[in-house]
Structure formats: C-alpha cells, structure tokens
Design a protein around this ligand. Structure first.
Ligand SMILES: NC(=O)c1ccc[n+]([C@@H]2O[C@H](COP(=O)([O-])OP(=O)(O)OC[C@H]3O[C@@H](n4cnc5c(N)ncnc54)[C@H](OP(=O)(O)O)[C@@H]3O)[C@@H](O)[C@H]2O)c1
Length: 370
C-alpha cells in the first residue's frame, strides 16, 4: 500500500507531539507537513518544538520546516491538535480547501454535520461527511474524558439500556497542554474546575451513542451528571462513575459484557486498534494512572472496582491515557477506519464537493486501499 501524505496541525503541542510519535513508521500515513503558530513557523521542527516525549524526535519530523497556519498545504489528511482559539476557523478553511481534517479540538464536535466518532461504537456516523458543504471534510474525536466514559457505557447501553450516569473525573495535568497548569497551583492540590469540560462530558456521549437517521443524529436520552477535577497526575484520566441501567443484570453479567466488548477496528485489525478496547481489572486497587495508562499501548479503556451502587445500581472506576486514546491515538484510529472503509477512495464514497474538486489533496487517486 502506498502511504498517504499527512500533516499535523498544532504539531509542537502536547497532542501534536503524540501524533508525531504515533505516526512514526505508520503503515498507512507519512508525515510530510507540520503546522504551528507564528512563534514556530519558519523554524525546523526540532528547533521550534519543546519536545517532551520519552524517545528522541523522529529524524524525518525534526528536519521538517514548520509552516504557519495561513500557508497552503498539500497533504490529503490533516491531523489537528490546534489550540481551540484557532482550530474552529482554521479547520473550516482547510476543509473548504479540500483536505480531510481529523480533529481533536472541541470547536466542531457538536456541529450537526460533523461526525464525532469512536470507531468501536459509531463508525456509521462518518457518512455525515457527505452532507458537509466543504470540498474536503471535518471529522472529530471526543473530549479526552468523554471517550473513556462513552466506551464504558456503550456496551452496557446496547445490552441493558442506560438511563443515568453520575461521573467524577480526576484528570491529568497533560490534559491542559503545555505548559498547562502552573506547578504552584497543582502540586499537592486538586482543582475542582476545568472550563467547559463538564458540559462536554454531559453532551458528547449522547451524540456518539445517537442513531443516524438520514443526515441527522438523534441523541440518546441518557442523563449524565459530570464533575471534573484536575489532579497532580502526569498522564491518565481516572473517572469514578455510577450507572442506572434499565434492566437489572448481575455484576457478573455486567463484567462479561464490558470485558467481551469489541468493534470494527478489532474486526479490521487496524494498526492502532487495541486488541481489547476495554480491559476489566479485578485487583481491588486498580486501575491506577501511573501503573495502567499504557496498557494496550495507551489505546484501551481500563475498568476496575466493579461493584454495586446503593443509589444508581452499579459503580466502577475507569482510566484511559488522555493524550493517546484520549487524543492523537483516537484521531489516528478514526483515519485508519476511514481508509479501510473506503472513504478516501475516488468514487461515490467521497464528500460531495470532492468529485468536482480541482484540489490535489483529497481528490488524488486512492493510494491506501486495503
Ligand atoms: N492535552 C490533551 O490531553 C488533549 C486531549 C484531547 C483534546 N485536546 C485538544 O487538542 C488541542 C491541542 O491541545 P494540546 O494539549 O496539545 O495544547 P498545547 O500543548 O497548548 O498545543 C497547542 C498547539 O496549537 C498551536 N497554536 C497555538 N496558537 C496557535 C495559532 N494562533 N496558530 C497556529 N497554531 C497555534 C501551538 O503552536 P506553538 O507551539 O507554535 O505555540 C501548539 O502546537 C486543544 O484543542 C485541546 O483542547 C487535548
């Protein structure tokens, strides 16, 4: 398979760096272009980036010249880790120019025509790109706490019906980007407020679990109450939740359904797919962010402490790696799914305007079938 040229937007940031790391030697994608702010534009990536990953900057990425947000791009797929202050307008413009933008930012997630996808759950929502008016398209992945919450409730909703969820998060500092929360504010402390986070957790799962009817998504009528906290943890968002189910299964049945969950990425054997998207741990003191965030290469939702809840029925603790499955890894898995489902092939599965486009990016002949 010939690789598809991709760009990383916001390449110097926390999520951008994770994209560079995860896209190294990727079988479908080749990083050709990097974009960041005017502070970084014109410099080599190695020079512009305050690299914080555990391995050295991949050589090919380190040598690329960082482009500014106003410069035209040639790549077919743009992975976006742009700051939300600029992502809204920039991603729309890139999509209008004919690129497929796969975004981590919150700006377009709830737009009615923009798919918000976890491919194990709602890959059929990718079809919404056909109703976008751009020559290219925008696709999004969920907020870094929403994704793990939704992964935990999706199999339970399918099997037993979910009526209500009460969730409290303990979110890592890396979720605030770099340099993020000042050390004097977070060390030895808990900050019981993350702007906009609770609203995202209470609305995004309803869209993801919603049914696609024509080009409209009917949200599911689940009540979610979220309380979000920033804690002095480097990586890994922990969430404690209680769930009210419609039926009354035993804990063993709930455990079986969660542990047995699998979806399209597993069926297709996609390169970034975790073997098991949900891992259930039985040790009484797990999951822990420092010990378990990297299970399944950071791509799984880890569930533990499954037990009865005297108020809502069942309760549990969940954990996920916020910059991997919560951000860059989720976007890459969406792109892999779209490639394998044929969305990037020429023909009738392209976004509307694309068949008429003169832009080279999305309209090139398919280079990644298979
Ligand atoms: N961190 C997470 O766990 C996480 C998880 C899910 C989603 N997200 C979302 O992903 C996005 C990136 O988050 P992050 O944590 O990686 O943030 P970050 O570390 O602050 O990085 C932001 C990136 O955006 C670039 N940028 C800032 N202002 C810009 C401008 N005016 N024009 C062009 N580029 C600009 C920065 O470039 P310079 O370095 O040149 O300033 C940097 O590359 C945000 O929308 C965030 O909400 C983050």
């Amino acid at each position: 398979m010939e690789k598809i040229d991709v760009a990383v937007l916001g390449a110097t940031g926390t999520v951008g760096q994770k994209f560079i790391l995860l896209l190294q030697n990727h079988p479908y994608f080749e990083v050709r272009e990097l974009v960041a702010s005017e502070r970084s534009a014109g410099k080599s990536y190695a020079e512009a980036c305050n690299w914080k990953q555990d391995i050295p900057i991949p050589k090919n990425a380190g040598q690329l010249r960082v482009k500014g947000i106003e410069e035209d791009l040639k790549s077919r797929i743009l992975f976006s880790g742009l700051d939300s202050s600029v992502a809204g307008t920039a991603e729309t413009r890139y999509a209008e120019d004919g690129h497929l933008v796969i975004s981590n930012s919150s700006n377009h997630r709830m737009d009615p025509q923009v798919p918000l996808v976890i491919p194990e759950i709602n890959s059929e929502h990718f079809q919404l790109i056909y109703s976008q008016q751009h020559r290219g398209a925008i696709v999004t992945n969920p907020n870094c706490s929403t994704i793990f919450l939704t992964m935990a409730i999706a199999p339970l909703h399918r099997e037993f019906g979910v009526e209500a969820v009460n969730v409290t998060t303990l979110q890592a500092i890396s979720g605030a980007g770099h340099p993020g929360v000042p050390s004097l504010d977070i060390l030895g402390n808990v900050i019981p407020y993350i702007g906009g986070e609770e609203e995202k957790m209470e609305t995004e799962p309803l869209k993801i679990l919603g049914a696609l009817s024509g080009d409209v998504i009917e949200p599911v009528p689940i009540k979610i109450s979220a309380q979000c906290n920033r804690v002095p943890v480097y990586d890994g968002h922990t969430e404690t939740l209680s769930i009210k189910l419609t039926s009354n299964p035993s804990l063993a049945e709930v455990r079986r359904v969660l542990d047995g969950f699998s979806g399209l990425p597993q069926e297709l054997g996609l390169p970034s797919a975790p073997e098991k998207p949900i891992l259930v741990l039985d040790d009484p003191d797990r999951p822990q962010p420092a010990r378990d965030s990297w299970l399944e290469k950071g791509m799984a939702t880890i569930i533990g402490r499954l037990r009865p809840c005297p108020v809502l029925g069942i309760k549990m603790v969940i954990l996920g790696h916020n910059t991997v499955r919560g951000a860059a890894g989720a976007a890459i898995l969406n792109a892999e799914t779209m490639v394998r489902q044929g969305y990037l092939k020429n023909g009738d599965r392209l976004p509307k305007g694309q068949r008429r486009t003169r832009t080279p990016s999305l309209s090139e002949s398919d280079r990644a079938s298979g």
